[in-house]
Design a binder for this molecule. Structure first.
Ligand SMILES: [Zn+2]
Length: 310
């Protein structure tokens, strides 16, 4: 877990002292590791043979089931969970509904199937509807022994004060660009690209991975380099819906700008050559933001870069 030393320290404090609160609030920007750490930490709690300092053994029944996402006493409650529970589509889940909280209450009140803790991780807790928040508050006011609620949210301010006051807070921060770069490198992203994406990610590894996947998509769909039709194929690969196409075009061009800037800083391209292309790319980025055709902008941006490499 990169860049979240403060959160790790707080959590290992709970673990070592044996005083695990009944509710935790993991708060911080999206894509910085809240869900990953919640799952890892919860898995360590359901481990049946924890090592020193409370580390999971990785081999017992509890660890094995948690690793498969199939531990009967540990649930990750997000869009997929709620959709399955209510018989709806995952894409339509905008809020944590009161029926979901009531269902969880019953689940959490039954005896632990494997004799240990019962844990519910609530993703996007800031989307709790007011009835859901009230139902949850009642539960948190009289917590059952060995039950743990982990709420994931963007900030404490995004939740009712009454709920926040019942939770131990675990703050997460935006990641340093260097950490995001390492996370990308570990996924096999080549160094110059990893650096460029990391700088554009705003400290969110989740967003960085998304950007890399989008960039990789674009390259897969485009024919080999040097093909005069390549820019057009890339433009064709943009989504049909205009707002989505615009967003993707903005990301493609922003990434091109950042890559070129790094090429100049690291002296792979002289500024005399890159300067005009950078200006052109920035103009195109602005134009896409103010209603220019995203496909045309992508084509022009690729042509600007090809002139550079010829
Ligand atoms: Zn274990």
């Amino acid at each position: 877990m990169k860049g979240q030393e403060r959160a790790l320290k707080i959590l290992s404090g709970f673990r070592c002292s044996g005083k695990i609160p009944s509710a935790l609030l993991f708060h911080g920007p999206p894509g910085v590791g809240k869900r990953t750490l919640a799952l890892e930490w919860a898995a360590a709690i359901v481990c049946e043979r924890p090592g020193e300092e409370g580390a999971a053994c990785g081999a017992c029944r509890g660890c094995e089931a948690a690793g498969r996402g199939a531990h009967p006493d540990l649930r990750l409650v997000g869009a997929a969970y709620q959709a399955a529970l209510l018989g709806e589509e995952p894409e339509t889940q905008r809020a944590l509904k009161v029926d979901t909280i009531r269902h969880l209450r019953r689940e959490m009140e039954t005896t632990s199937l494997w004799g240990g803790w019962k844990i519910s991780i609530l993703e996007d807790a800031q989307t709790l509807e007011s009835a859901s928040a009230n139902a949850l508050l009642k539960i948190l006011e009289e917590p059952k022994p060995r039950t743990l609620w982990i709420l994931l949210a963007v900030s404490p301010e995004s939740l009712p004060k009454t709920i926040v006051s019942r939770c131990a807070r675990v703050p997460f921060s935006a990641l340093r660009a260097g950490d995001v770069e390492e996370i990308l490198a570990a996924r096999g992203v080549p160094a110059p690209k990893a650096r460029a994406i990391a700088r554009l990610s705003g400290g969110s590894a989740g967003r960085a991975v998304e950007m890399w996947e989008e960039a990789a998509d674009g390259e897969e769909e485009a024919p080999a380099k040097g093909d005069p039709l390549a820019p057009f194929s890339l433009a064709e690969s943009l989504p049909r819906e205009l707002p989505l196409a615009r967003r993707k075009a903005e990301r493609i061009i922003a990434l091109e700008i950042e890559k070129l800037r790094l090429d100049v800083i690291e002296r792979r391209v002289p500024f005399s050559k890159a300067g005009p292309a950078l200006r052109e790319l920035r103009d195109l980025l602005r134009a896409v933001g103010s209603n220019a055709d995203p496909r045309a902008a992508v084509v022009l941006s690729r042509i600007a870069l090809e002139v550079l490499s010829s």
